[in-house]
Design a protein around this ligand. Structure first.
Ligand code: ADP
Ligand code: MG
Length: 626
C-alpha cells in the first residue's frame, strides 16, 4: 500500500515540531483531549438541530488509557469521528488545521515561530510518540478507518473494525533518551496530574482506570490491586458557577489549589460577562506582596482559558503594569485555542477583555476604599507603591485612572489620606497641596522647611518613598490644585510678606554674596528664608529637580550625577544670623568662612544629604566651641 505524503509545509512543520526544544511536552495531552472535547461538542451542536440525534449526556466521554506493556497511550472519545476523507484532510494537511492558515512562507524559518503560530494541535502527539494511530468512525458512517504515521515520512489510511462512533488516538510512546523521560506518560498518577492541570474544566468526563492497593477483606492486612474507573476532571469550573452559590472559602480554596500565592487572597472579583464579548474570570488581590514582586523574575499575568482549556499560564496582556499584583484566570469561548503569544497581542477580543478587567479591578479597589478602609489600607501598604509607579509610568498615561486610589500620610490626621480627602480638608485660602519629603515621617515632621506651612495650619502630605515625588510631579495637580513642595520657592502663603523679603535680601546683599562665594559650586544662591521660624538654615531647590529627587536619582545604578539647584536659606531672625553678620561687618573673613561652612553642612545634614568632608565639619565645630 502506497504511503501518502504530507503536504510540503506540513512536513516541514512536523520536523520542527518533533525536533523542537519545546519544553513542555506534556501539553500534547491537553491538545488531544481538547480535540476530543471539540468532537463531542460537534455532536452536541448537531443534536440541537437534528431530531434524529439525541444527545444523551452519559454516552459522551473521553477516556485516557495507558498500557505499559504495549508502551501505548490511548485517548478515546465518543465524539463525531472522522470519515476517510476527513482523516486525510484534517490530519494530512496542517495548513488546514485550526482557524489559521499559513500567512507566508518566510515565517517558516524559525521553529518557535511556527509553534507559536499554530499552537500545537494534533501534531503535538509526535513530541512523545514514535508512531501515532487514529482509529475513527464518523457519525452516520458504517466503516471505520485507521490513519497511521510515524511522523514526517507520510501516513497510511486503511479500513479497520471499530464498534462505536468516535475516535481512538493511540500513541506509541517513545523510549527514554539520555535527557528525556517518556515513561512518565504511561504513569497513571502523572497522567492524572496533567489532566488536572490543563483539562480539569473540560465539560465532558475524562475517565481513567485507576488502580489502588486496598485490603483484600475488611479486616485483612493483605493488600490487593483494585481497579476502578474514575472521572479525573471536575467538569464544572468554579468560574462558571453562580457567585451566590460560592463562599469565601471556595474562592480561598481555588486560590490555594491554583497556587496563585502562598498567602490568602485579600479579596476576589468574580466576573460572568455576557455581552458583546463573553468571558468568565476570577481575579484575586493577594494579602501579601510576593517575595519576588520587585525582581526581574516576577512575571505578571492571568491564566487564560479558551472554553475551559488552559492555553496560557501567564497572559501578561490581560493586566496593566499597575495592577500586576492581581492573580487569577480568564475563560472565554470567544478565543481560539490555537492562538499564539504574538497573535494574542493583536487579538481584538483579548484587548476588550483586558480593558474590561482593568476597569473592574479599579472599581473593586474603589469599593474597598469606600466600604472597608482597613482592608484597603492593608492592600495599600502592600501594593500602593505599584500604583504610584503606575501613575508615573509612561509619562503619566494612567495618572487619571490611578490618582483616586493613592494615599499619603497626613501631617494633621497622622494617617494615610486620599487626595480627595486632602482637598476637602483644605483651608479656604489654600492654593496648593503641600508635601514634604524625607526618609521617615518622624524626620519629615522635624524638617525646618515644614515650619511655616504647618504654623499657618495647612495640612502637609509626607512623602517617604522614593517614587512619591516622581509620581506627584507627573500628576501635577489634583482637582485643579497644584502640588507644592514645602521646600519650593514660592509657597503661595499670604503671610509671607514678599516685599519685606525682597527688601531684606537687598539689605544683606553683600553678606549673601560673600557667603555664596565661599559656597561656589555648591549652592546656586543664598537668600532670606520665608519658611523658617526656629531653625537657622535650610536648603531648598530652584528648578525641576528637588533635593529628594537628587537623592533618588543618584542612588540609581546609572547615576548621571544629576544635581538639584540648591539654595541656602537663612533665617534672619535667628541669633546665629547676628553672629555671621557681625563677622561680616568686622570683615573677619576667616570667621565668615567658618560660619558659612558650618551652616551649609548643617543644612545638608538636616536634608539627609551627605556632607563632603565630615572631618572638616567636626573640626569647624571644635573651632567654634574653643
Ligand atoms: P484544531 O483543533 O485547531 O482544528 P488540530 O491539529 O488539533 O487543530 O486538529 C486538526 C483537526 O483534526 C481538527 O480540526 C478536527 O477536525 C480533527 N480532529 C482531531 N482530533 C479529532 C478527534 N478526536 N475527533 C474528531 N476530529 C478530530
Ligand atoms: Mg486541536
Amino acid at each position: 500500500m502506497a504511503k501518502r505524503q504530507f503536504k510540503a509545509e506540513s512536513k516541514r512543520l512536523l520536523d520542527l515540531m518533533i525536533n523542537s526544544i519545546y519544553s513542555q511536552k506534556e501539553v500534547f495531552l491537553r491538545e488531544l483531549i481538547s480535540n476530543a472535547s471539540d468532537a463531542i461538542d460537534k455532536i452536541y451542536y448537531k443534536a440541537l438541530t437534528d431530531d434524529s440525534i439525541t444527545f444523551n449526556q452519559s454516552d459522551y466521554y473521553i477516556k485516557v488509557v495507558p498500557n505499559k506493556t504495549e508502551r501505548t497511550l490511548t485517548v478515546m472519545d465518543t465524539g463525531i469521528g472522522m470519515t476517510k476523507d476527513e482523516l486525510v484532510h484534517n490530519l494530512g494537511v496542517i495548513a488546514k488545521s485550526g482557524s489559521l492558515s499559513f500567512k507566508n512562507e518566510t515565517e517558516l524559518k524559525d521553529g518557535h515561530d511556527i509553534i507559536g503560530q499554530f499552537g500545537v494541535g494534533f501534531y503535538a502527539a509526535f513530541m512523545v510518540a514514535d508512531e501515532v494511530m487514529v482509529i475513527s468512525k464518523a457519525l452516520g458512517s458504517e466503516e471505520a478507518y485507521k490513519w497511521k504515521s510515524t511522523g514526517s515520512d507520510g501516513y497510511t489510511v486503511t479500513p479497520v473494525e471499530k464498534e462505536g462512533v468516535g475516535t481512538d488516538i493511540v500513541l506509541k510512546i517513545k523510549e527514554n533518551s539520555e535527557d528525556e523521560n517518556y515513561d512518565e506518560f504511561l504513569e497513571e498518577y502523572r497522567l492524572k496530574e496533567i489532566i488536572k492541570k490543563y483539562s480539569d474544566f473540560i465539560r465532558y468526563p475524562i475517565k481513567m482506570d485507576i488502580t489502588t492497593k486496598e485490603p483484600k477483606d475488611d479486616n485483612d492486612e493483605e493488600l490487593v490491586d483494585v481497579t476502578k474507573e474514575e472521572v479525573v476532571n471536575s467538569m464544572v469550573p468554579i468560574w462558571r458557577k453562580n457567585k451566590r452559590e460560592l463562599s469565601n472559602e471556595d474562592y480561598e480554596n481555588f486560590y490555594q489549589e491554583k497556587r496563585y500565592g502562598f498567602d490568602k487572597p485579600l479579596t476576589h472579583i468574580h466576573l460572568n460577562v455576557d455581552g458583546s464579548i463573553r468571558y468568565n474570570a476570577i481575579l484575586f488581590i493577594p494579602e501579601t506582596i510576593p517575595f519576588d514582586y520587585y525582581t526581574k523574575e516576577f512575571e505578571k499575568g492571568l491564566e487564560l482559558y479558551s472554553n475551559g482549556v488552559l492555553i496560557m499560564n501567564k497572559c501578561g496582556d490581560l493586566l496593566p503594569d499597575h495592577f500586576s499584583f492581581v492573580k487569577g484566570m480568564v475563560d472565554s469561548e470567544d478565543l481560539s485555542l490555537n492562538i499564539s503569544r504574538e497573535m494574542l497581542q493583536q487579538d481584538r477580543q483579548l484587548k476588550l477583555i483586558a480593558k474590561n478587567i482593568n476597569k473592574k479591578i479599579k472599581t473593586e479597589l474603589q469599593k474597598l476604599l469606600k466600604n472597608d478602609r482597613e482592608k484597603y489600607e492593608k492592600f495599600y501598604n502592600e501594593f500602593g507603591r505599584q500604583l504610584k509607579f503606575g501613575a508615573y509610568h509612561e509619562f503619566g498615561r494612567y495618572k487619571e485612572e490611578l490618582q483616586d486610589l493613592l494615599m499619603f500620610y497626613s501631617s494633621k490626621e497622622k494617617k494615610l489620606v486620599t487626595l480627595d480627602e486632602y482637598i476637602s480638608n483644605m483651608k479656604e485660602d489654600q492654593k496648593y497641596i503641600y508635601y514634604a519629603t524625607g526618609d521617615s515621617y518622624d524626620r519629615i515632621e522635624k524638617l525646618p522647611q515644614t515650619e511655616l506651612v504647618a504654623d499657618e495650619g495647612y495640612e502637609i502630605l509626607y512623602f517617604k518613598e522614593d517614587i512619591d515625588e516622581f509620581a506627584i510631579k507627573m500628576i501635577m495637580s489634583y482637582k485643579e490644585k497644584e502640588f507644592k513642595s514645602v521646600s519650593s520657592g514660592d509657597l503661595g502663603i499670604e503671610a509671607d510678606d514678599n516685599k519685606n523679603i525682597e527688601k531684606e535680601n537687598e539689605e544683606h546683599k553683600e553678606l549673601f554674596e560673600a557667603m555664596k562665594e565661599f559656597l561656589t559650586g555648591k549652592v546656586k544662591d543664598v537668600r532670606v528664608s520665608k519658611r523658617l521660624k526656629t531653625h537657622p538654615v535650610c536648603l531648598s531647590a530652584d528648578g525641576e529637580v528637588s533635593l529628594e529627587m537628587e537623592k533618588v536619582l543618584n542612588a540609581m545604578p546609572e547615576n548621571q550625577n544629576i544635581k538639584a539647584e540648591k539654595v541656602l536659606e537663612i533665617n534672619t531672625t535667628h541669633n546665629v544670623f547676628q553672629s555671621i553678620k557681625r563677622a561680616h561687618d568686622s570683615k573677619d573673613k576667616e570667621k565668615m568662612k567658618l560660619y558659612t561652612n558650618i551652616l551649609y553642612n548643617q543644612a545638608l545634614l538636616i536634608e539627609g544629604l551627605p556632607i563632603e568632608d565630615p572631618v572638616e565639619f567636626t573640626n569647624d565645630i571644635c573651632k567654634v566651641m574653643a
